[in-house]
Design a binder for this molecule. Structure first.
Ligand SMILES: *Cc1c(COP(=O)(O)O)cnc(C)c1O
Length: 397
């Protein structure tokens, strides 16, 4: 038996009749662009994350782009974002001619190091994009305090964290804007591309809605240059079917993570990331060496509700991560490296000012150590056991 990294069919096929009914409703009324199902789905998401406004858009990437446009980010403006994230976070900044300035990350939760962000603020810095990577919140109190002190806007990239929370508040609902993605591999996975922009601010919401339709209001009268950022009615209708099951999907992922953590901790050389050593990498290294650690398991900070978009191990020692990856692949256990190259190291950003690409050493190290395991909700007991067995046989080889 093999274990795929992700199996979208296992989640979608049990909903086949409900999905077909939704498709038929849209087929019958024929309002494919901004039809009634769009508003329904937007309301469902707004309610789920506790915000006033949810604006459906063409993708998580476009949600970021639209947020930056609605905040009037201009060419030459600087926007802080972590070096260790999916490309879109910085790509959206760059598309507006603004400069992504990369910050390092915390090696425990993989999210933005807020002290490093503070050190990289200049008079050109306009906004900050914390990413809630792998389904766990960034340090939002520190980020919001820094933004308030320096007059920066905050866009939360919640592509991997819809339904996650920080001190009881939904990820995405805390900054000026939050963005989500419905790419099929995300926790609320759609049937193609889609995304959502959320905000508590009436004026920002109104402006974003106008920019979503080429900046026109009324139709054919353009005071601003926007673009086509709309999400299909059909996609909204289909996702409305899945959103009703979302709490259950999250609970399954959390159960899988708990299973892995418990089972893997019994193996020699496996330790849990120690939040006590978050702030000092040197102390952490000393501690890991003393533990004779080879694999570090991910943790959720107590104040966070983690939704486990990924369950990501750190594999210590040169070449060890590749060795584990090859071993798991041979054993038929799906795994993937998110992400093998940090954003400050990408060729397309090589011509950015030097100052925007410095001091991301922890990010570089994580890019060499991380590997993610299958964590999707529909994994069977036997599959989860097989993943653990694959790691166990590597450790004892
Ligand atoms: C997936 C993802 C995006 C982009 O979402 P798309 O819907 O694929 O455009 C942005 N940021 C992060 C962190 C992501 O994981």
């Amino acid at each position: 038996m093999s274990v795929p990294l992700l199996d979208v069919n296992a989640q979608n096929h049990p909903l086949e009749s409900e999905l077909q009914a939704a498709f038929n409703r849209v087929l019958q009324h024929g309002r494919f662009i901004m039809g009634p199902e769009m508003e329904v789905f937007e309301k469902e998401i707004a309610e789920m994350v506790g915000v006033k406004h949810a604006i459906s858009v063409s993708s998580g990437t476009d949600a970021l782009l639209l947020a930056l446009m609605a905040l009037n980010i201009q060419p030459g403006d600087e926007v802080l974002c972590p070096a260790f994230t999916f490309f879109a976070t910085a790509g959206a900044v760059s598309r507006l001619g603004a400069i992504p300035v990369f910050t390092d990350i915390c090696p425990i939760c993989f999210n933005m190091d807020v002290n490093d962000a503070r050190a990289k603020i200049t008079e050109r810095t306009k906004a900050i994009i914390p990413v809630h990577l792998f389904g766990q919140s960034a340090d939002m109190d520190a980020i919001m305090a820094l933004a308030a002190e320096k007059g920066l806007r905050v866009i939360e990239d919640g592509a991997q964290a819809i339904g996650a929370s920080y001190k009881g508040r939904a990820c995405g609902a805390i900054g000026d804007f939050g963005t989500y993605s419905f790419f099929p591999s995300k926790n609320l996975g759609g049937f193609g591309d889609g995304g959502m922009l959320v905000t508590q601010d009436d004026d920002l919401a109104e402006f974003a809605r106008v920019l979503r339709v080429h900046g026109s209001k009324p139709k054919y009268y353009h005071h601003h240059v926007g673009a086509n950022f709309r999400m299909d009615t059909l996609q909204c209708a289909l996702l409305s079917v899945k959103v009703k099951h979302y709490a259950e999907y999250t609970a399954q992922r959390q159960a899988n993570a708990a299973f892995y953590t418990e089972a893997l901790l019994k193996l020699p050389g496996v330790v849990l990331a120690d939040a006590a050593h978050c702030k000092c990498v040197e102390a952490q290294d000393t501690w890991l060496t003393a533990q004779e650690a080879r694999v570090v398991l991910p943790v959720s900070y107590d104040h966070n509700t983690h939704i486990w978009n990924q369950y990501t191990l750190r594999v210590l020692g040169a070449g060890q991560r590749e060795s584990l990856r090859d071993h798991l692949q041979k054993a038929g256990v799906g795994c993937e490296i998110y992400y093998p190259l940090t954003l400050d190291q990408q060729t397309c950003f090589a011509n950015l000012p030097e100052a925007s690409r410095v001091g991301c050493e922890i990010s570089h190290r994580m890019a060499n150590e991380v590997i993610s395991l299958p964590i999707y909700g529909e994994l069977t007991e036997a599959q989860r056991q097989e993943v653990v067995a694959g790691i166990a046989s590597w450790l004892s080889a």
